[in-house]
Write a protein that binds this ligand. Structure first.
Ligand code: PGA
Length: 249
């Protein structure tokens, strides 16, 4: 399966900074046909990053989206607006959205469905907190996020969804799940998908996220059920991000 490497810039980069960063990345990943590369800048920089990506095989993604196409929803962004800017991917249900903005599995589910309706590829994030891991309920949490998040999704549709396993305790902390810890959960997600969607489960890309850096990329990517990475901090440095892309081969 072709790996997918996505950079999640979070609440970083003014337009000027975003253009500089994407230009840097563009120059460094020219010969990286082995991977699909997605850049997810903040909303305000999407238009300029989209323009900067012209002529490159890198694709554009958004970090969030609302589950209604239009209406009286102050501050929200519609899939139609994202499509207009050239977005092809949307991160849905990132743990920071769940934690700080009360995003529920139901909201995630509605967002996924609206992405699919509009031909946007959702990158649906799941993962347990440190406390949940300590309490031994990691699988229970993942099962709930997967089954509730994917409720009502069909066998053909699941192939158009990307899943990202991001243990919350590994995000931005410098603590990475060991390749074995990550693979264990990835295999469990694959099993859940297979129970729900049969053979289609084999075609779903499951990314790992949580302090991915050039030094740990190769080992993580060597795991059977890890099909790419969702990169936060290290995606803000063109050299590190390009190196992660290179090492994902
Ligand atoms: P990190 O973030 O790479 O900075 O840990 C990953 C993410 O939140 O997607």
């Amino acid at each position: 399966m072709k790996p997918l490497i996505a950079g999640n810039w979070k609440e970083n980069c003014t337009i000027r900074e975003a253009i500089a960063l994407v230009s840097g990345i563009k120059g460094l990943v020219k010969d990286s046909g082995h991977a699909d590369i997605v850049i997810c800048p903040p909303f305000t920089a999407l238009r300029d990053v989209s323009a900067a990506l012209k002529g490159s095989s890198m694709m554009l993604g958004a970090q969030n989206m609302f589950y209604e196409e239009k209406g009286a929803f102050t501050g929200e962004i519609s899939p139609l607006m994202l499509l207009e800017l050239g977005c092809r991917f949307v991160i849905v249900g990132h743990s920071e959205r769940r934690e700080y903005f009360m995003e529920t599995d139901l909201a995630v589910n509605r967002k996924l469905k609206l992405c699919l309706k509009n031909n946007l590829t959702p990158i649906m994030c799941v993962g347990e907190s440190q406390q949940e891991r300590n309490e031994g309920v990691t699988k229970k949490v993942i099962e709930r996020e997967i089954t509730d998040g994917l409720e009502g999704i069909g066998k053909k549709e699941i192939e158009r969804i990307v899943i990202a396993y991001e243990p919350v305790w590994a995000i931005g902390t410098g603590l990475t799940a060991t390749p074995q810890q990550a693979q264990e959960v990835h295999a469990y997600i694959r099993q859940l998908l297979s129970d729900m969607f049969g053979e289609s489960a084999k075609k779903v890309r499951i990314l790992y996220g949580g302090s991915v850096k050039p030094e740990n990329t190769k080992e993580l990517m060597a795991q059977k059920d890890i099909n790419g990475a969702l990169v936060g901090g290290a995606s803000l440095d063109a050299g590190s991000f390009a190196e992660i892309v290179k090492r994902s081969a």
